[in-house]
Design a protein. Structure first.
Length: 319
């Protein structure tokens, strides 16, 4: 194989794929990435429960496949610019970055796990990238750590409804974050996606504004856009019962917040004009909106976006 890829492009794909790699496994092939290059270049990783495939529109000068240690490649590409030449000769994998050449022993492609098949075009909820990414980043702050005994709390609940709504919910057993937004083509389903699979997908998608497709079939959940696909085990299968959000969330809530209007004005005056990521071609993406939520004694104004972040607080008194 011989292919030339911009270092930043390759580094982004490798970093996202590394979220799926299990570095503690005794299996050498599971600590590796598989890179196939022909008309396009694909990066694959798996821990046998989650699979990620990232497609880069870069053709090979000489088609081929390499299986290389994920950590070695990730560290090598960190903060690199310029072009990267990836090639192999038998078991030897060579990468040249900015004129400097590095070599390591690769793994035979036959030793890399055979990835499970997933239907090419299953019935899927069609979502705008901006809505999906924003909601995912909001709810991930409430997900339980990976050492939590209740496995379902280490993932994010995805719910698709026939009425055109899509909901994402996460909880660690003490707090619960949920976001509902509009979707199109929404076959009804519920599934819990592992947090590392969702984070890998978000990293790989980055600022790509192409539409996102979410599907569930045969106990697995698929997240995909035009260049990335992540397939993971549905944690809701034999994983326990996720809290009923409709029961826990009140239908309505009224209170009175007392605050200094001058402080709110100052906070709003400092809000930066952060451009929203490109949408799925529907309308003008415009400027990122400000999210406002209340704690016991604070009004929190925030923007979370790949293009920038903002956070401000205004003291309040709630009834």
């Amino acid at each position: 194989m011989h292919v030339t890829i911009p270092a930043k492009t390759l580094a982004g794909g490798v970093a996202a794929a590394c979220r799926v790699v299990n570095r503690r496994t005794p299996s050498l092939s599971l600590r590796c990435l598989r890179i196939d290059s022909n008309d396009t270049t694909t990066i694959q990783a798996t821990d046998l429960e989650t699979v990620i495939q990232i497609t880069v529109p870069v053709p090979a000068e000489v088609p081929g496949t390499v299986v290389v240690d994920a950590r070695w490649l990730h560290q090598l590409l960190a903060k690199r610019n310029g072009s990267t030449v990836l090639s192999n000769d038998a078991d030897q994998v060579t990468i040249t970055i900015d004129g400097t050449t590095f070599s390591t022993l690769g793994v035979s492609p036959e030793d890399f796990p055979v990835l499970p098949d997933f239907p090419a075009d299953p019935p899927a909820a069609m979502l705008h990238a901006r809505d999906f990414v924003r909601a995912a980043r909001m709810v991930l702050s409430a997900v339980a750590p990976l050492d939590e005994r209740r496995v379902i709390f280490t993932g994010v609940m995805l719910e698709s409804y026939e009425d055109g709504e899509f909901r994402m919910t996460a909880t660690d057993g003490r707090r619960l974050h949920g976001v509902t937004f509009a979707a199109t083509s929404t076959p009804p389903f519920k599934a819990i996606v592992p947090q590392h699979a969702l984070k890998a997908f978000l990293d790989a998608v980055g600022k790509d504004g192409s539409g996102i497709r979410v599907a569930r079939i045969d106990g697995r959940i698929s997240l995909a856009n035009d260049t990335v696909i992540v397939v993971a085990r549905d944690l809701g299968v034999n994983g326990g019962k996720f809290p009923d959000v409709d029961v826990l969330t009140p239908k309505s809530f009224e209170t009175t917040a007392v605050f200094d209007i001058g402080r709110l004005f100052n906070a709003l005056s400092n809000v930066p004009h952060i451009p929203a990521p490109a949408d799925s071609g529907v309308g003008d993406p415009g400027i990122e909106p400000v999210c406002i939520h209340f704690t016991q004694d604070r009004m929190v104004l925030s923007i979370t976006s790949p293009n920038g972040n903002f956070l401000a607080e205004v003291p309040v008194e709630l009834d």
